[in-house]
Write a protein that binds this ligand. Structure first.
Ligand code: G4P
Length: 545
């Protein structure tokens, strides 16, 4: 009898585990919301969490947001960043899907982290302020999505305010973000004349009532046919006629929406709404869980990894320093690419060739963290780290591989970094080294004199580095200005041309942390000239090529 039970377990449990793994993977939607500051990312996140039942009162996420009033006080921002660890990943369940939202820090704390978070998501929602159109931060982040063919859904927000003409806005999106769009909903007016949206995806008219601001749902009317007099009844004859004209135009301009093209990152469906008014959010979420991809295969230096493989693989994409100076511990954010992550199981830390175990891995749920026993591909686990991890580190069940596509991005702000306390030079070197491993900024050493240059993507990082060097490592640094435009990694098969370039541009040549050649262009013009004069040299704006 016992033997029978044992045999049954042997036969059925692996099967069950396989089934569970497949189902768990297929129901995961891991994404990031990107937006220019103030477009409504926090508000949308919060509304999604409310719809998912993960939070019950508005304000939970907002209270963790870096307050605008504090932007000049980086220590305050760092303190708040400590709090916001828990909002780095927010998860909720919706219609059977497990949705993981990864936060992309914006505002003054815009850093490489923001870019790198996009390497850990399977899709993205871009929020655009309907009155402002495309702004610079969105453009920069979209470049990373394009590089990775990440599927993108757009949400045009703040339709309760006077907005740009929607056709003009869509044209601007296509031109500025270099992606084809397809409106799956369409707004009826904006600002004081905003009546609602026509949801082309579900053939529904959603009506906007200003007095209904606090309602969870906008009123929806099913429309069988666009000629239906129901439309006139609810939005008025004039607006109805205008809507019909515009919908006809849409049919003529935009080819039929194909989910496949969205999944390849070739076309982006567009929704209109107003996050603060709960308007258009449910429709966005319904479509998102239906069409957004579950975890996709990942590329490594050895082979492609399917998320459905039973053995665990994954990588660290972000490291968050704990701000308590008495504890030098950090949280490393681990993205699971395949298999099941289990608490207390030994995994191989590939770079260090050693076994590591985690007794209290954190899962993130809405606004709180909790210890988790197992997690699946698409999930992010927070691992307590005492200095073992660098960005890009891999954990496996023994296989030696490294994930591709976790590059460093070309910084745009540069300063010389100097030692301000000669007795502490060792501490300074160690501090800089560790902060660079965390991905706070990048360090370049000039070939000509060995001087060190720090490159960041956000201004605040310089202050953060100086503060942390002093408070965590007891070292002092000072900065000196240097006029540079961009750092480009260079490579060529034409050795003669490469050597000639390095010789001529020697004062602008540096090496990065891994000893690779980097050209520090001082202006767009000098970069352009270099590209024209040395056609056999490739200039890269990310460290991975
Ligand atoms: P962010 O995370 O992208 O920076 O934007 P956030 O959600 O904080 O929104 C920025 C401002 O825009 C907030 O106002 C928010 O209430 C407002 N907002 C968001 N969605 C809409 C919308 O659909 N319509 C309108 N009219 N406003 C919207 P705030 O005054 O800066 O903050 P708060 O005092 O309202 O919290």
């Amino acid at each position: 009898m016992l033997l029978n039970i044992y045999l049954c377990c042997l036969i059925f449990f692996p099967q069950k585990q396989k089934m569970d793994l497949k189902q768990e993977i297929e129901r995961r939607r891991t994404f990031a919301i990107i937006a220019h500051p103030d477009a409504g990312k926090t508000t949308l996140t919060e509304k999604l969490l409310l719809f998912g039942g993960a939070i019950h009162t508005a304000g939970a996420v907002k209270s963790n947001k870096i307050k605008k009033s504090a932007t000049s006080d980086f220590m305050e921002i760092e303190r708040q960043r400590g709090i916001s660890v828990s909002t780095s990943v927010m998860a909720f369940e919706y219609k059977g899907a497990k949705v993981n939202i990864l936060d992309t820090p914006g505002h003054e704390d815009f850093a490489e982290d923001t870019y790198r978070t996009l390497t850990a998501v399977d899709s993205v929602i871009i929020v655009i302020d309907g009155a402002k159109g495309i702004e610079v931060q969105t453009r920069r982040l979209m470049e990373v999505c394009r590089m990775r063919n990440t599927p993108v859904i757009m949400f045009i927000n703040k339709l309760d305010r006077e907005s740009m003409d929607s056709f003009e806005l869509l044209n601007e999106i296509e031109k500025e973000l270099k992606i084809n769009v397809h409106p799956l909903s369409w707004n009826i007016g904006s600002g004081s004349s905003f009546k609602g949206v026509y949801n082309r995806y579900e053939n529904k008219l959603q009506l906007f009532f200003t007095e209904d601001r606090q309602r969870d749902e906008s009123k929806s009317i099913e429309i069988s046919n666009l000629t239906s007099s129901e439309i006139d009844k609810y939005v008025g004859e004039k607006a109805a006629a205008h809507l019909r004209e515009e919908l006809e135009l849409i049919e003529a301009i935009y080819p039929v929406f194909e989910t496949d093209k969205y999944l390849k990152g070739e076309v982006s469906p567009v929704f209109f709404g107003s996050a603060v008014n709960n308007f258009g959010i449910r429709e966005l979420l319904n479509c998102f869980v239906e069409i957004a991809p579950h975890p996709r295969p990942s590329v490594t230096n050895v082979r492609e990894i399917s998320p459905f493989e039973p053995k665990l693989t994954g990588f660290i994409f972000k490291i968050h320093a704990n701000l308590d100076p008495n504890h030098r511990d950090r949280i490393a954010f681990f993205k699971i690419c395949s298999g099941v992550f289990e608490r207390n199981k030994a995994y191989t830390h590939v770079r260090l060739s050693k076994q590591v175990k985690f007794s209290s891995p954190n899962a993130f749920l809405a606004d709180k963290k909790s210890i988790v026993d197992e997690s699946f591909p698409g999930d992010i686990v927070g691992l307590h780290d005492t200095g073992n991890f660098k960005i890009g580190d891999t954990l496996t069940e023994g296989e030696k591989l490294n994930f591709k596509g976790i590059p460093s991005f070309s910084p745009e702000l540069f300063r010389y970094i100097e030692n301000a306390d000669p007795i502490k030079s060792k501490q300074l070197a160690k501090g800089i080294d560790q902060l660079m491993d965390e991905g706070v900024a990048q360090l370049f050493s000039l070939k000509v004199n060995g001087r060190k240059v720090i490159g960041c993507v956000g201004m605040l990082q310089f202050d953060v580095i100086q503060y942390r060097l002093e408070h965590e490592y007891g070292a002092k640094c000072r900065y000196e200005g240097i006029q540079l435009y961009k750092a480009c990694w260079i490579e060529s098969d034409n050795k003669e041309q490469l050597d000639d370039f390095i010789k001529r541009k020697y004062t602008y040549m540096a090496i990065d942390k891994h000893g690779r050649n980097v050209f520090l262009a001082d202006s767009p013009y000098s970069l352009q000239m270099a590209q024209e004069k040395f056609p056999d040299i490739c200039f890269y704006f990310t460290s991975e090529f």
